[in-house]
Write a protein that binds this ligand. Structure first.
Ligand SMILES: Cc1cc2nc3c(=O)[nH]c(=O)nc-3n(C[C@H](O)[C@H](O)[C@H](O)COP(=O)(O)OP(=O)(O)OC[C@H]3O[C@@H](n4cnc5c(N)ncnc54)[C@H](O)[C@@H]3O)c2cc1C
Length: 439
C-alpha cells in the first residue's frame, strides 16, 4: 500500500520562465504555455495575452469547483463581455472587434488552456460562432436589435440544431416552423444537447419550413431563425441533461409545442437555412479545434510538471522514457494539429473577405476540407494528451484536485460534437478522395 498525502504530492508551481532575448520576445504574457507563439500576428499575440490575464482571475480551482457544483460560470461570461471579447469576430459597426475566426480561435484556445477547459469555452462558444451566420445574412434591423446586446453580455446565445430522431443526419430534422396568417411561425418539435439553453436569451434555431416530401433538393426546406427563449411561454420546455464533463455549463432537451415566433426572426431566405448555417459550421470547427488544442496543452503542461517533480525509484518519473516519450509524442501531435487549425482559420477568414458581407452562401470546398481536418486532428491530439496526462499522474491522475481527470472527461466532446470523427472521415473519403459515399 503506497502511503503519501495529496498535500505532499501537490505539484509545485512551474519554475520561473526562461525568457528569450528581447529581440525574440513577442508575447508579453509569461510564457507558461507550451505552445510556441512565433507564428502569431501582433494582434493575435495581444489577444492571447489579454485573454490569459483575464483567465488568471478564474484559475483551475474555480473551474474544478464549478464542475462539481454544476453552477454556471456567469461571472466569467460577464468578464469577457465587459472587456469586449464576445464580439471578437463581429463587425466593428455593431460594436464588435472586427477580427476574424483566427483570432476567435486563439481566444477559445487560450480560455481552454488556462484550465477552464471545455466548460469555459462552451460558456461563450455559441456567442462567438452562432452569431456568424446572423451577422452575415441578417437584415440591418436584425443586427441592430440583437448583436450589440449579445456583445455586451446582456443576452447569451445557444444553438439549436441537433434532434434526437435525426442525429448527424441534419437534413432530416423534423422540428417544424409553420407559417401563420400574421407572417410569423409556430414551432413544434424537439432539440437535444442544446448547450447553455438554461441561461440563453436567444437561440439560433434550424427548423423545417417545407415538408421533406415537398422538397426537390435535400439541402432546401430548412430555415434559420434567431428566436427569443421565453420560458414563461407554455409551448417551451427545457430539461437539463446530466453529463460526463463540462458540467458547469448546461446541456438540454428543448421541447417546442406551438411556440410562436415573429416573422422577423427569420435569418436570410426561407428554405436556405442549411446553406446559411454551413457558414457558421466551418467557423465552429475552427473554434472547437482551438478549444481541443487548449485542453491538450493544459493537460500536457500539468503532466510534464508532475513528471519533473514526482520521484519514484529514486528519480523523477519523467526520466523514464516510458513516461517521457508518450508526452513528447502528444506534444508533436498537438503541434501538427495547431498548424492545421490556424491554416484552416486563415482560409476561412480569407474566403469570408473575398465573398464580402452578404456574399455567396456556397461552402468553399477547400475551407470545408481544412476546417474538418483541423477539428479531427485537434480532437485526436487532445485525446492523446489528456489520456497521457492521466496516466502520467498515476493514481493522482484520477484525483479531482489535479484537474487532468476533468480534462480527460471533457476531451471527448471535440471527438463527438459538432460532428463526429466518423462523419469527418466519411467527408474526407467522399469529397477529397472521391470514394463512393458509404451511407
Ligand atoms: C457536450 C455536448 C454539447 C453539445 N452542444 C450542442 C449544441 O449546443 N447544439 C446542438 O445543436 N447540438 C449540440 N450537441 C450535439 C452534437 O452536435 C451531436 O451529439 C453530434 O452531432 C452527434 O450527433 P448524435 O449524438 O445524434 O449522434 P448519432 O447521429 O446518433 O451518431 C451516433 C454514432 O454513430 C456514428 N455514425 C452515424 N452515422 C454514421 C455513418 N453514416 N458513418 C459512420 N458513423 C456514423 C457517429 O459517428 C456516432 O459515433 C452537443 C453534444 C454534446 C455531447
Amino acid at each position: 500500500m503506497r502511503r503519501f498525502s495529496i498535500v505532499r504530492l501537490r505539484p509545485v508551481p512551474l519554475p520561473a520562465p526562461r525568457l528569450p532575448p528581447p529581440n525574440l520576445r513577442f508575447s508579453t504574457s509569461t510564457p507558461r504555455q507550451l505552445m510556441p507563439t512565433s507564428g502569431l500576428t501582433e494582434t493575435q499575440l495581444t489577444a492571447r495575452d489579454a485573454i490569459t490575464q483575464l483567465c488568471s482571475r478564474f484559475p483551475p480551482s474555480y473551474w474544478r469547483a464549478r464542475d462539481q457544483t454544476e453552477e454556471d460560470p456567469s461571472d466569467f461570461h460577464a468578464a469577457l463581455a465587459r472587456d469586449g471579447w464576445l464580439g471578437i469576430a463581429l463587425p466593428e459597426s455593431l460594436g464588435g472587434a472586427g477580427l476574424g475566426i483566427s483570432e476567435a480561435t486563439i481566444m477559445m484556445q487560450t480560455i481552454a488552456e488556462s484550465g477552464a477547459g471545455m466548460a469555459g469555452a462552451q460558456a461563450v462558444h455559441a456567442n462567438v460562432y452562432a452569431t456568424q451566420p446572423l451577422a452575415r445574412f441578417g437584415t440591418a434591423a436584425q443586427l441592430a436589435d440583437t448583436i450589440p446586446g449579445i456583445i455586451k453580455g446582456r443576452w447569451r446565445v445557444c444553438f439549436g440544431v441537433t434532434e434526437p430522431n435525426s442525429g448527424l443526419d441534419t437534413l432530416r430534422l423534423s422540428t417544424v416552423a409553420v407559417k401563420q396568417p400574421d407572417g410569423g411561425y409556430s414551432v413544434t418539435g424537439q432539440k437535444i444537447w442544446i448547450t447553455c439553453a438554461q441561461v440563453a436569451a436567444k437561440m439560433i434555431l434550424l427548423a423545417r419550413t417545407t415538408p421533406l416530401e415537398e422538397i426537390t433538393k435535400p439541402s432546401e426546406g430548412l430555415s434559420l431563425f434567431c428566436i427569443n427563449l421565453d420560458r414563461a411561454h407554455p409551448g417551451l420546455e427545457l430539461r437539463r441533461i446530466k453529463k460526463m464533463g463540462g458540467r458547469a455549463v448546461d446541456a438540454n432537451e428543448v421541447f417546442f409545442d406551438g411556440y410562436r415566433i415573429p416573422a422577423d426572426a427569420l435569418i436570410g431566405a426561407e428554405g436556405q437555412g442549411f446553406k446559411i448555417i454551413l457558414h457558421g459550421m466551418n467557423a465552429e470547427r475552427c473554434l472547437l479545434a482551438g478549444e481541443a488544442l487548449g485542453l491538450g496543452y493544459a493537460a500536457l503542461r500539468r503532466a510534464a510538471a508532475y513528471a519533473r517533480e514526482r520521484r519514484v525509484f529514486g528519480r523523477p518519473i519523467g526520466q523514464n522514457q516510458g513516461v517521457a516519450h508518450p508526452l513528447a509524442d502528444a506534444y508533436m501531435a498537438l503541434e501538427a494539429a495547431r498548424l492545421a487549425t490556424y491554416h484552416a482559420a486563415r482560409l476561412y477568414d480569407q474566403s469570408s473577405r473575398v465573398e464580402g458581407p452578404g456574399g455567396g452562401v456556397g461552402p468553399d470546398h477547400q475551407v470545408g476540407v481544412a476546417c474538418n481536418t483541423a477539428k479531427y486532428l485537434a480532437a485526436e491530439a487532445a485525446f492523446k494528451a489528456c489520456e497521457r496526462a492521466v496516466l502520467t499522474l498515476g493514481g493522482m491522475g484520477y484525483a479531482v484536485e489535479y484537474d487532468v481527470e476533468r480534462y480527460f472527461r471533457e476531451c471527448l466532446v471535440p471527438r463527438i460534437a459538432p460532428v463526429s470523427r466518423e462523419m469527418i472521415l466519411n467527408y474526407i473519403g467522399e469529397k477529397v478522395l472521391e470514394l463512393p459515399r458509404s451511407y
